[in-house]
Structure formats: structure tokens, C-alpha cells
Design a protein around this ligand. Structure first.
Ligand SMILES: [Zn+2]
Length: 489
């Protein structure tokens, strides 16, 4: 058995002011065959990483293709996308004959000229490998589960957890199913239910937690091979944006249809109940200060770089400074210019610095303050599950009682190292403000005595009725009250 694996991935926020070029991939994941590290997957590269480990025991030869991934931002440059795609397709062509293809994709990638990048990739892969080759795809649940990709691949598996702590486990699931298909032990069929809704589904909240635990229980029994809840990515404005349920069953299409319909209807009944409560900045900070244990974590999802935001909105920071809050830290603020100035000034220096508030109107105004440089560190990273996420050079600056962590490689708050790298002990703080929607919960949830979500002026509005959609197909909740959820495949 000959398997081929490659990755081409980013999460595209079509409203983001930051287009994604080849440089965005070069800075994040740009690995050619033979360059893949052995220690941990890099973003969406889990299928290749796991296949490499399993090749011998499962009796297949793995042909490694290129892996390209960029941090979430705006639409990908068309020439850049086509260059990376053609490199992978060319590698595949030269590796033929191939029995199965394992693709580590994101699922909400948009390039100029391509609304459904993953559908385009799967279609071109299918054209090369023919109808008998098994195509297995791993996707982030923040994906548009388009009809095109479901029609043209054999097995699609999404991560189940949000925060995405199960990327490797789901790659194991995918490869297990692909190998069993090749051996003739199973014949996967897929069914897709469209819930006609836009929402967010952290699995750290009780209702979604119970739902995910239940679908995990259904898998591997009674001919049900895999169940994926495609949450949808609310900031990729494409026609098929929305939440969908995908069921993979063994041979029995009617059974897959029935379960997809049943679980889809359940997800529809959960509308409005899967997201945390959001407070305005002033109310949220007051609630944090009134809480008599520490640390309290405030999340700023509207400026989440993980959703394509610049991560330099200053609204909460300025509020903390104006209010004279002490023993507080905020991060990450993406400002490479300010980091450079801090390195120039040196650790311990006090000097006037303008930082944050640079990229776009939704970044707010910059902070102008005399800051103390309290920490500097080169080439930092933070952990997220088994992955290491680069932060670049980092600086900590203190204004009054508030420490801000400035970074050079734009990313969201994921690991405690974001703060400890530059000498800040998050355990000792009264208040920690993180720019992240929910991934921060993996590391900060366990140390937080309380978590508060606020709605800042950042670009990722949490009330989807205020997002200026133009392309998404209607009607869809909560933009429309009357919708028609249905089994669509
Ligand atoms: Zn995601």
C-alpha cells in the first residue's frame, strides 16, 4: 500500500485587513519532503505526522508531500495558493500509483478566486488519483463542510474538541479508517446535514461537552465509523458558511442519513445555548476586580488572532490603565515595531512608547505611555497541546500596574509561556487578559479561578447579526429567524 500525505491550510477571515501571501506561510509552516520534524505536528500536519509513525505497523509506505500552513488572517493571495497547490499536485502525480491520499487541510481557507479551496484541492487530487483511490481528509471544525469536498472524498474527520486538543487523535481515527478501507474491511459512506445556523461551540461549556461525549460514544458501534460536527467559521463569508453534521457509516447510507438528521436536529435545538455570556469591557473588568480569588482570566475574542484579527486592539488595555488596575497582564499584542524599540531601549529602561492600535480602525487608537521594559526574549514559542506555536521576539512593558506582552509573530494566547517567557508569572496575577476566543482555555482554564468573556471593539464581532455578510446563503440563523435545516447529502 502506498499512501501520500500533504498539507495546505489556513483559516481565512474574509473581513480581516491582513491579506495572506506566501510570506505568511513561510513564517509559519513551509516544509518540503524530508523537512518534517519528528517531535510534533505543525498546525494541520497531523495526518502526515501520524502516518509516518504508523506506516510500518500498518504495512504501508508513506510518500511525504509538502506542508504549507499560515496563521489565520485575510484571504490568501491567488498566485501563492496556486503555487503551493501545484507543488503538491505535482508531487502526487510523480508518486503514482497511490492507494490513498491523506490531506491535512483546515476547511475555511479562501483564496482570491476560490471560495472553497479545500473543495478545489480534493477535486484536483481526485482527477489525478482516479475513483478507486481512497481520499481521507482531516479538517478543523471551524470549516465550511461544502458539498464538493464531501462528494469527492471518501472519509472526512474533524477535530471534536474546541479548544482543539485532539488533532492527533483525530488523525489517528482518519488513518485507521483509511487503512481499513484499503484492506476491504469497511466501505465508508457519508451523510451531511445542514443546520442553517452560524454559532460558536466551545466544548468547555456543559451542553456542547455532553453532545461531544455522546457522539464519541456512538462511534465504532453499529456500523457508525465517525461523526464530525462542522461548527463553521463565522468570519469566512462564503456561500456554504454554517454549521453542519457529517456522519460516516459502513456501507449503510440510510443509517448515516438517519443519524446525521437526528444529530443535526439536536444541534438546531441548541441554538443560542452554546456560547458563553459576553459583558462589555467596563462591566467585565469590574466583575473581575470584584472577584475575591486570583487569577481571573478575561478573554477578548473580538481581537483573536486565531480568527484572523490583528491582535492589536487597545480597548481593554486602555481601560485597565485608566482605571489604575494593578497586578494585571494582557497579551498578546502584535506590534513588531514596538518590540524592536523595546529591544533597542533594553531591559529595565523607562521610555515613551507608542504601541498597539496600528493595523485598522478596529484596532482602536495606540497607547502612548512612558513604559518600563520588564522583560525581553528572542525567538519565543508557546505550547498548544502537543504543538509549539512561535511568538517571535517578545517584550513585556509595564504601564502603571499593567504588564503588556508584545509579540512579533501574530498569534493568539494559547500557552502560559506567552507570559513566563518574558518574566511574568501568571499564577501571581490578579487579572490576566488574553486575546483568544476559546483555545486559551486549554492552558489558562486550569489556573483561572474565574473566566469572563468581554466584547471589545476588535474586528470579530460575536453578535453575528452585526457582521457585514455579503456572500453567505440565506436564510440562516441568527441573521434570519425562519430557516430550513435539512439533510443535503
Ligand atoms: Zn478551529
Amino acid at each position: 500500500m502506498r499512501l501520500f500525505s500533504a498539507t495546505l491550510a489556513t483559516e481565512t477571515n474574509t473581513f480581516s485587513p491582513l491579506p495572506t501571501s506566501l510570506d505568511g506561510y513561510r513564517e509559519t509552516v513551509f516544509l518540503r519532503p524530508g523537512e518534517h520534524p519528528d517531535d510534533a505536528p505543525r498546525m494541520c500536519t497531523a495526518p502526515l505526522f501520524v502516518a509516518r509513525r504508523r506506516a510500518k505497523a500498518d504495512g504501508f509506505t508513506l510518500i511525504e508531500g509538502s506542508c504549507f500552513a499560515a496563521s489565520p488572517a485575510g484571504t490568501t493571495n491567488r498566485a501563492a495558493y496556486e503555487f503551493m497547490r501545484e507543488e503538491i499536485l505535482d508531487q502526487l502525480q510523480r508518486s503514482m500509483p497511490i492507494d490513498a491520499v491523506l490531506l491535512g487541510l483546515h476547511g475555511a481557507m479562501v483564496a482570491f478566486g476560490y471560495d472553497d479551496v479545500e473543495g478545489d484541492i480534493v477535486q484536483r487530487v481526485r482527477a489525478i488519483v482516479g475513483p478507486r483511490c481512497v481520499i481521507g481528509v482531516e479538517l478543523d471544525p471551524h470549516c465550511s463542510m461544502t458539498l464538493e469536498r464531501v462528494r469527492l472524498s471518501d472519509i472526512i474527520v474533524c477535530y471534536k474538541e474546541y479548544p482543539h486538543t485532539d488533532v492527533v487523535e483525530r488523525a489517528e481515527d482518519l488513518i485507521g479508517l483509511v487503512v481499513r478501507t484499503l484492506r476491504g474491511e469497511i466501505r465508508p459512506v457519508m451523510s451531511l446535514y445542514d443546520c442553517r445556523q452560524i454559532s460558536s461551540y466551545p466544548t468547555t461549556l456543559p451542553l456542547m461537552r455532553a453532545f461531544v461525549d455522546r457522539i464519541k460514544d456512538l462511534e465504532g458501534k453499529d456500523g457508525i465509523l465517525s461523526i464530525s460536527i462542522a461548527h463553521g467559521f463565522p468570519y469566512a463569508d462564503v456561500p456554504e458558511l454554517g454549521s453542519r453534521v457529517l456522519v460516516v457509516a459502513d456501507k449503510d447510507k440510510a443509517k448515516a442519513d438517519e443519524l446525521a438528521r437526528q444529530l443535526g436536529e439536536e444541534l438546531v435545538s441548541m441554538r443560542g445555548k452554546t456560547m458563553p455570556e459576553f459583558l462589555d469591557v467596563s462591566t467585565g473588568v469590574a466583575a473581575a476586580l470584584a472577584f475575591n480569588d486570583r487569577p481571573v482570566v478575561i478573554a477578548d475574542p473580538a481581537d483573536n488572532a486565531g480568527g484572523g484579527a490583528p491582535s492589536d486592539n487597545t480597548e481593554i488595555l486602555r481601560h485597565l490603565i485608566e482605571r489604575g488596575v494593578a497586578q494585571a497582564a494582557i497579551g498578546p499584542i502584535w506590534d513588531p515595531i514596538a518590540v524592536r524599540l523595546c529591544f533597542d531601549a533594553g531591559e529595565g529602561a523607562r521610555f515613551p512608547l507608542r504601541f498597539g492600535g496600528k493595523t485598522a480602525p478596529a484596532s482602536g487608537v495606540p497607547v502612548d505611555a512612558v513604559v518600563e521594559v520588564t522583560g525581553l526574549a528572542r525567538d519565543c514559542w508557546q505550547s498548544f497541546g502537543p504543538s509549539r506555536v512561535p511568538l517571535g521576539d517578545c517584550a513585556a512593558v509595564r504601564t502603571g500596574g499593567v504588564d503588556a506582552v508584545l509579540i512579533t509573530k501574530r498569534t493568539q494566547a494559547l500557552g502560559l509561556e506567552l507570559f513566563t517567557n518574558v518574566g511574568i508569572n501568571p499564577h501571581a496575577l490578579k487579572l490576566i487578559v488574553v486575546k483568544s476566543s476559546n483555545h486559551f482555555m486549554a492552558a489558562f482554564g486550569p489556573i483561572a479561578k474565574k473566566v469572563i468573556y468581554v466584547e471589545s471593539g476588535g474586528p470579530l464581532n460575536r453578535d453575528y447579526r452585526n457582521v457585514p455578510y455579503r456572500r453567505v446563503s440565506r436564510p440562516i440563523w441568527p441573521l434570519d429567524e425562519e430557516t430550513s435545516p435539512a439533510l443535503i447529502y
